[in-house]
Design a protein around this ligand. Structure first.
Ligand code: UDP
Length: 383
């Protein structure tokens, strides 16, 4: 049977949006086929999960960035051509499901050309400070014109869409879900081995996870580290996924300037996040701007680690301060250092928060729940 859903994403790397889509499409099984506009580890991961996937060339559309002003004529032409390709690829499908903003632009055009409804899984907080006014206006106008439904990954994402002029009627909130199994499967011996490899004993390890980008706030964790005792260590886990190599260099020299370089491990992109989280003492989310959702927070909870997170955006839908985690103001390294110090000083409280977080994450953010939510929206549209 031809899959009813043609799913689209424009990137080849494994960002949070792609990791989430991986679980969604794997959950939809034979009912979905995927087209990516770039090759890379995302395609390989889809293949490993048994998902049908092909790569289409996105041409000049590759050069449009989210901070961009008006897209070039070449980019518009590339989007139009790609839409033709997607319309052909989706001839047998009943719905186009777009997982990224560029994929949605193409899907909206393709949907018009082929008469297929389009669902946009929105994983960004539209509007400032993340997007230019022009980009936001363009995205919202296109959504109001070309999306049968918008799935928002948090209420914060839904609210930002509506605030920017998006039609509330078409929005459905489906929180991300994250599989607990890889976290439950972590072996103590493996976590201990990583700990021994990356931190001297005795020590207290805080760890940040995410692509290296200024708004993800690893620099805030560095500053916090410099205010903490000398046996405190920081693991920075993640890579510059979208070309932010200058930021990585800046971060390393910042560690030197702050005199903490010997207490920081830059671990690059890892596929053993569950084990690394278990090996750390506290998982820190330090984004300086509101986060649309924040998978790493749920993951820290699943790893049974106390999580400290930046109090903004979708994070507030995940963490109850002092109960399932600790919230600190964004971009406030003094507050972060204070929160780390107080968890360290009170291991019983840290354990209680970690356990409450683990229970909450297992109930509220399941992959099943997410797949059911997405499937319900797709079904709604196909009816
Ligand atoms: N991640 C990973 N390896 C790394 C760093 C991060 O697999 O080295 C994963 C992390 O576990 C999480 C995702 O990347 O699942 C980041 O998602 P999040 O929602 O936190 O941020 P996004 O990248 O979507 O802005």
């Amino acid at each position: 049977m031809t899959p009813r859903v043609l799913a689209l994403d424009h990137v080849g790397v494994l960002g949070g949006a792609e990791l989430s889509m991986l679980d969604v499409v794997a959950g939809l099984g034979d009912d979905v086929s995927v087209r990516l506009f770039a090759d890379g580890p995302f395609r390989e991961a889809l293949v490993r999960r048994g998902v049908a996937v092909r790569v289409l060339d996105m041409g000049a559309l590759a050069f449009v960035k989210k901070e961009s002003r008006a897209p070039s004529f070449a980019a518009l032409r590339a989007a139009w051509q790609l839409a033709g390709g997607v319309a052909r690829e989706g001839a047998g499908a009943r719905v186009l499901y777009a997982n990224s903003q560029k994929a949605f632009v193409v899907a909206a055009l393709a949907g018009r050309r082929s008469g297929r409804p389009v669902v946009w899984h929105l994983r960004d907080l539209l509007g400032r400070p993340h997007f230019s006014a022009l980009n936001t206006r363009g995205a919202v106008m296109l959504a109001n014109w070309g999306a049968a439904r918008v799935i928002a990954n948090s209420q914060a994402t839904a609210d930002a869409f509506v605030r920017a002029g998006g039609r509330a009627r078409i929005v459905r909130v489906v929180h991300n879900g994250i599989a607990a199994e890889p976290f439950d499967a972590v072996r103590d011996a493996d976590a201990q081995a990583l700990r021994a490899q990356y931190a001297p004993a005795p020590s207290y390890v805080m760890a940040v996870f995410g692509r290296l980008h200024a708004w993800k706030g690893p620099q805030v964790a560095l500053r916090a580290l410099s205010a903490l005792p000398a046996d405190c260590q920081l693991w920075v886990v993640g890579a510059p996924l979208f070309g932010e190599h200058a930021f990585e260099a800046e971060l390393r020299s910042r560690a030197e300037q702050l005199g903490v370089a010997s207490r920081v491990q830059f671990l690059g992109f890892r596929d053993d996040v569950p084990t690394l989280m278990r090996a750390a003492d506290v998982v820190v989310h330090a984004s300086t701007l509101p986060e649309p959702f924040g998978r790493v927070i749920v993951e820290g909870m699943l790893a049974r680690r106390p999580v400290i997170a930046a109090d903004a955006g979708g994070v507030r839908e995940i963490v109850t301060d002092g109960v399932t985690g600790v919230l600190v103001p964004p971009d406030d390294s003094a507050a972060l250092a204070q929160a780390v110090a107080s968890l360290r000083a009170d291991p019983a409280r840290a354990a209680a928060i970690a356990n409450a977080g683990a229970d909450h994450a297992r109930r509220a953010f399941t992959v099943d729940g997410m797949v059911r939510g997405v499937r319900a929206v797709l079904d709604e549209v196909m009816r």
